[in-house]
Design a protein around this ligand. Sequence first.
Ligand SMILES: NC(=O)c1ccc[n+]([C@@H]2O[C@H](COP(=O)([O-])OP(=O)(O)OC[C@H]3O[C@@H](n4cnc5c(N)ncnc54)[C@H](O)[C@@H]3O)[C@@H](O)[C@H]2O)c1
Length: 335
Amino acid sequence: MNILLTGGAGYIGSHVAVSLLQAGHTPIIFDNFCNSSPSVADQLNELAGKAIKIVRGDIRDAARLRDLLGSDELEAVVHLAGLKAVSESIADPLSYYTNNVAGTLALLGAMEATGVRKIVFSSSATVYGEPQYLPIDEKHPKQAVNPYGQTKLICEQMMSDLAAADTRWQVSFLRYFNPIGAHDSGLIGEDPTGIPNNLMPLVLRTALGERDCLQVFGNDYPTPDGTAVRDYIHVVDLADGHVAALDALGSIVGAQAYNLGTGHGTSVLELLRTFEHATGAKVNHAVAARRPGDVATLYASADEARAKLNWTAKRRIEEMCVDSWRYATRNRRRG
Ligand SMILES: NC(=O)c1ccc[n+]([C@@H]2O[C@H](COP(=O)([O-])OP(=O)(O)OC[C@H]3O[C@@H](n4cnc5c(N)ncnc54)[C@H](O)[C@@H]3O)[C@@H](O)[C@H]2O)c1
């Protein structure tokens, strides 16, 4: 299939592009590069052994999307473009509603106008809010506790409503848990601009000596070692989940949600120990106060994706650490 891949120049999107190519699909990347670089094309072309089409554009530009969707014989959309930093969304909610919600609305309108009604959407475990039970399955109540999570919920709702109104729409929401790792070539990986928000980029920068010390937020949670537990998933497994979701779209009626996680929790200290052991690099760290809004433990039930998409995460934490480190040491950040 020819696939419009929004946000395809970003961390997860570039890995999705590779997985799509390996599965015989043709991705056309659409990205405004607000959190990525056009130079990812060089790495993707090298990995693919051919030139990948990358279009610079903004998902809020409905006319542009209509032209593209109408002219390129596109059959489906994998939609990852969006802003993703929780703290930034609390400080600047309008940017998040404009970019993530109005952008998705413009994209859906362009899809409807051109008759492209298959979409795989990158949602987030953030939609579940504070866990009421573990592991979290797709039926867990949804109560996003920050504007970023709200934008994902609103987008899911818009697509559910569309699929309920018109059975020609086939929709999958992929609720990601905590993606880390990188392609084993070391060519693509996570390279956030500015100060990273999530753990692995901070681990990498500390191990590289770019930061003095990693703050471990809280060691008094009700977990085995007191630090927060999360479900880390290798980004290549996550990317492969998109291909599985795309392949299953044809048999979907309405909108379906799938958790993409491993089903296993790993604490911050366990991750640090594994990282140091697997890479030989040292990560200076110190315990700091809990961060407001962080929950103690979060991990997925990935049973639905296994049953309906025939997908499971294969890669272990050691591999996630080694692959992240390979990318970081080969590609110092852009600054
Ligand atoms: N990384 C995570 O931990 C995580 C977890 C859950 C969900 N997600 C979701 O997955 C998606 C991809 O995340 P990522 O980690 O690869 O982030 P990323 O920032 O690396 O990639 C997002 C891409 O979207 C592009 N983009 C943003 N707004 C755009 C717009 N208006 N028009 C066109 N392009 C735009 C950016 O330039 C970037 O290349 C996001 O929707 C994010 O919310 C990420």
